[in-house]
Design a protein around this ligand. Structure first.
Ligand SMILES: *[C@@H]1O[C@H](CO)[C@@H](O)[C@H](O)[C@H]1NC(C)=O
Ligand SMILES: *[C@@H]1O[C@H](CO)[C@@H](O)[C@H](O)[C@H]1NC(C)=O
Ligand SMILES: *[C@@H]1O[C@H](CO)[C@@H](O)[C@H](O)[C@H]1NC(C)=O
Length: 458
């Protein structure tokens, strides 16, 4: 994918719609095995406009990529590239062409030689699920003393969910750090970053970007692809699939649960439209009874918490290594990082409520501001910081709230990686390493901050 041209078209004069200000087109070379979709950013000056855009998008079954306080990113696939007439009068700032790769044959011979982080070809491209698994197995073979493969259970489609525990042999008890890849299948750069981080931790300390020294103090638990069915589906069928792939709803006619709304902390059945929380209509309705979400919808939270087998498996693992409820903290896990994309945001709990802060908010934010600075120092990438609810919107059933509250992991964060909406979920493979490096710098900062707080030299 190469950036060929960068055209700026001023449309305000060409259209009688004064609300359309400018359309910026980023045109990428589309190799024959790619087609183009469109990503448009609709600007909202107030929450009423935002809700209006969302309602239209929802009614038209459009693919919403990002919702913020002041804009909505909406993707149109190559099959229907236009804007529905109802949305045409809404102000939008840009239209980006998004290259969508065609499905590619699976599991080429893995000749990626993982001996060196610097020299391997592995991080030059994204990898389908089978190659993600092969990478983990290869790393374990290469570093038998430090890597154990985690068998986390089976997905809805009976895939075995794998992860890695990276831990150098030692007599002393170490602190624990969990890194989770994307629960939303299409966030590929979050998967590639989890793999990069694992590799950086295992890279010889003499190599550039090695994070090996963190293993003197920490054990890392890395789960790069916690939604393997959805992830595989993004390679096979629909590049921008979001949920898992379990059959749901009455008559079994819908597919998929939004895993990151299916956690057992303030789980709610009616998470259909994120922003309609603030909608007057719903407030009136809520007084009676909010309707459960449509199981076919994007944000379907399941009909009970932990209904998604993948979420259940992850929760079991967290329980096993750290305990939940009364026994929480027994495993010494001190940090949890939920890798996501996109938006360049670093978030603390809570997600379910904006006007309630965790009791550890001050420490959490201090560490996070340092991490944002560390991330920026590598390539200048800026990250916004705040609680998840502030940065996005109120969403119950989120993993952050569960991990922080039930599992008592104090330094719990979500990191939304690059970019801010030019490529969205279709990040160019050339960014895999840079994103890995800047995320590595953030992990390093957090690890050192927490160690220092505990008086442990690192
Ligand atoms: C992998 O790379 C290392 C050096 O980084 C080299 O010593 C080794 O021979 C390579 N292995 C293969 C199978 O090419
Ligand atoms: C990586 O490649 C460079 C250049 O060929 C070489 O100098 C370096 O030793 C290699 N590193 C490893 C760990 O193999
Ligand atoms: C790491 O690299 C150094 C210097 O190149 C080398 O002496 C050492 O054996 C390497 N360690 C491992 C575990 O490969």
């Amino acid at each position: 994918m190469h950036l060929l041209t960068f055209q700026r078209l001023l449309w305000s004069a060409a259209f009688s719609l004064p609300t359309v200000v400018a359309i910026v087109e980023h045109v990428f070379e589309a190799p024959s095995a790619q087609t183009n979709g469109f990503l448009r950013r609709f600007i909202a000056d107030d929450s009423k406009t935002l809700i209006e855009v969302l309602k239209i998008a929802q009614a038209e079954e459009m693919d919403i990529w990002q919702i913020r306080k002041d804009f909505v990113d909406i993707y149109s696939p190559p099959s229907s590239p236009g804007i529905p007439s109802a949305l045409r009068s809404m102000r939008h700032s840009s239209t980006n062409l998004i290259s969508v790769p065609e499905p590619r044959p699976r599991l080429r011979h893995p000749d990626w030689n993982l001996t060196s982080l610097q020299n391997t070809t592995f991080h030059a491209e994204f990898h389908p699920q089978a190659e993600v698994d092969a990478f983990m197995v290869d790393l374990a073979r290469l570093h038998p003393d430090s890597v154990s493969i985690l068998h986390l259970g089976h997905s809805g489609e009976e895939r075995e969910m794998l992860g890695m525990k990276i831990s150098t042999p030692s007599n002393t008890r170490k602190l624990g750090f969990i890194v989770l890849g994307p629960q939303h299948a299409r966030e590929w750069v979050a998967t590639s970053t989890a793999l990069y981080l694992a590799h950086a931790l295992l890279a010889n300390a003499s190599e550039p970007n090695s994070l090996a020294y963190l293993l003197d103090v920490y054990d890392f638990h890395i789960i790069p692809s916690p939604n393997p069915d959805g992830y595989e589906y993004t390679w096979d069928a629909d590049r921008f699939w979001y949920k898992n792939r379990q059959i749901v709803g009455p008559g079994a006619k819908c597919v998929g649960i939004d895993m990151n709304r299916n956690w057992g902390d303030h789980w709610k059945p009616h998470a259909k439209y994120p922003l309609l929380w603030e909608d007057d209509d719903l407030k009136k309705k809520k007084k009676k009874k909010a309707e459960p979400a449509d199981p076919c919808s994007h944000w379907y939270p399941g009909h009970r918490a932990f209904e998604a087998p993948e979420v259940n498996n992850l929760a079991n693992y967290i329980t096993k290594v750290n305990g939940v409820g009364k026994g929480a903290g027994k495993g010494g896990i001190v940090a949890f990082l939920d890798l996501r994309s996109y938006g360049q945001m670093l978030a603390t709990p809570y997600s379910y409520k904006c006007d309630k802060l965790p009791k550890d908010a001050e420490d959490q934010m201090e560490a996070l501001l340092g991490a944002a600075q560390a991330g920026r120092s590598v390539y200048g990438t800026q990250f916004s910081t705040g609680t998840l609810c502030e940065l996005l919107y109120r969403a119950p059933g989120n993993i952050l709230d569960y991990v922080y509250k039930a599992a008592s992991i104090k330094y719990t964060y979500a990191a939304f990686l690059r970019d801010t909406g030019t490529y969205g979920f279709a990040i160019p493979p050339a960014w895999i390493r840079p994103v890995g490096q800047e995320t590595g710098a953030m992990v390093e900062y957090l690890a050192r901050f927490i160690a220092r707080q505990r008086g442990i030299p690192l």
